[in-house]
Design a protein around this ligand. Structure first.
Ligand code: FES
Length: 95
């Protein structure tokens, strides 16, 4: 089972995720702070914004995700919407 380590401020939250679920769902199931996911994963709120490390080697975001990321605060090149990332067998750190 993949482990995703979320970092929020100076705290780390390692969570067990199910392959096939979204990173947002794994965070929500473990009540990770900072991931509100107001739209429930519909790619229409940007409140599931995370920073994905380059070593996660994620697929490129879709055009829909890119458009919604414009509404996220503190956007960087590492910004992603966690509801649009499907958990695979990798282990990652997300902030
Ligand atoms: S949960 Fe709303 S955009 Fe990801």
């Amino acid at each position: 089972m993949p482990t995703i380590t979320f970092q929020y401020g100076d705290q780390s939250f390692p969570v067990q995720a199910e392959a096939g679920e979204s990173v947002m769902m794994a965070a929500a199931r473990h009540r990770v702070p900072g991931i509100d996911a107001d739209c429930g994963g519909g790619c229409s709120c940007a409140t599931c914004h995370v920073y994905a490390p380059e070593e996660a080697a994620l697929p490129e975001p879709s055009d829909m995700e890119k458009d919604m990321l414009d509404f996220a605060d503190a956007l960087t090149d590492a910004s992603r919407l966690s509801c649009q990332i499907t958990v695979t067998r990798w282990t990652a750190s997300l902030t």
